[in-house]
Design a protein around this ligand. Structure first.
Ligand code: FES
Length: 376
């Protein structure tokens, strides 16, 4: 091992590649350092400070996500000063919004006035819209802190519920900026950013308008990046709990790119979709992949072919429907020639599907009239 390229983390001598941060080296060697604002593959901002570590010789604790590893560095990831700092950071975050999951009643049995107020504001009997799927809650329990040490910050901005797919709950936003990075650096949509200053800071879109009136394309990358309950899919809020769903990895069927997605399934119904961290999409999805799943269990979905007769549709078997199509195409080809037929495929189908379609057109229908429509 080259002594110039090693770092000591918790007493373990670990090799690193130049340019790697302390966090990256630690993760590569399965050493857990908690993070909140860090979003893999984007520029580290060091905004939340929850990843602070103790580095021998440094004047202050350093953010592991934003500090490059250097040769001979000695790092402690869970030393007493680190734990004290993380607890304080969590307490400040918990008291700065409606993080009512980490608040105890005086006798540990009843909801506090704060919890009841938040429930009334949300119109829900439950404590949290994303209970069990919140990084802040997870860390509050890990470091055993609640939000009572500091006075609660009043809610400054009302919830934004007018968007078609996403609810923005500013009372639960911890200003980590992951949504901004997901939008600007991952999807490069540049629809949202930080607005206002100091205690009035807020994530805004288009001069502080609702997402639906901005450049937002509702890809939902921001929702997937949000570590708390500030950005939640409309249909998922208060409705989907991680322990009640199973995950099924599948390939998106909307186009030929082959994006990998995780379907969250409850009672044999898809209730939520996440982008899977695998090629080719590496976690990202478009609006159709993420939100266009309700057709799967729609009662309006056609389950049998329909044939139109005398202006009315009637149900038919697949054999009858395919025979009808084949007879019709054969009649046109034999009486008017293949040029009377055109075949439209789609640029969003797979190569294999398009190959089969042109083969069918040329070899069977005797036509070269093959084209595609990008919107099919
Ligand atoms: Fe490192 Fe937020 S995760 S500063």
């Amino acid at each position: 091992m080259n002594a110039q390229q090693t770092i000591l983390i918790n007493g373990r001598e670990l090799a690193f590649n130049s340019g790697e941060t302390i966090l990256e080296v630690a993760r590569r060697h399965h050493i857990d350092i908690p993070t909140l604002c860090h979003l893999k593959g984007t520029t580290p901002t060091g905004a939340c400070r929850i990843c602070v570590v103790e580095v021998a010789g440094a004047r202050t604790l350093l953010a592991a996500c934003a500090t490059p590893a250097t040769a001979g560095m000695k790092v402690q990831t869970e030393s007493p000063p680190v734990v004290v700092a993380r607890r304080l950071i969590l307490q400040l975050m918990l008291s700065s919004g409606n993080h009512n999951c980490a608040v105890r009643g005086s006798d540990n049995q009843e909801w506090t006035a704060f919890q009841l107020k938040v429930q009334a504001e949300d119109g829900s009997d439950e404590l949290c819209p994303v209970w069990g799927d919140c990084r802040l809650q997870e860390l509050a329990y890990r470091y055993q802190v609640s939000g009572e040490r500091f006075d609660a910050t009043p809610t400054r901005y009302p919830m934004e519920t007018v968007n078609p797919f996403i609810i923005r709950d500013f009372s639960r936003c911890i200003q980590c900026g992951r949504c901004v990075q997901a939008c600007n650096e991952v999807q490069v949509n540049n629809a949202i950013n930080f607005g206002y200053r100091g205690p009035h800071a807020k994530i805004i879109a288009a001069g502080d308008r609702p997402l639906k009136d901005s450049d937002c394309v509702f890809c939902g990358e921001c929702v997937q990046a949000c570590p708390v309950g500030a950005l939640v899919e409309k249909d998922v809020r208060y409705a989907v709990r991680p322990w009640a769903t199973g995950k099924v990895r599948t390939t998106c069927s909307y186009c030929g790119v082959g994006c990998q997605m995780d379907l969250h399934v409850q009672d044999n119904q898809v209730v939520k979709v996440d982008g899977a961290d695998a090629a080719p999409n590496l976690g990202s999805l478009c609006v159709k992949g993420r939100f266009g799943y309700h057709f799967i269990n729609s009662p309006e979905r056609l389950t049998t072919p329909l044939i139109k007769e005398n202006g009315q549709f009637r149900e038919a078997s697949w054999e009858e429907a395919l025979d009808r199509v084949a007879d019709g195409l054969k009649k046109i080809r034999d009486t008017q020639g293949g040029d009377a037929i055109g075949v439209l495929t789609s640029a969003r189908m797979t190569n294999e599907e398009n190959y089969i379609a042109q083969k069918f057109a040329r070899a069977v229908l005797k036509t070269n009239n093959v084209d595609h429509c990008a919107r099919l």
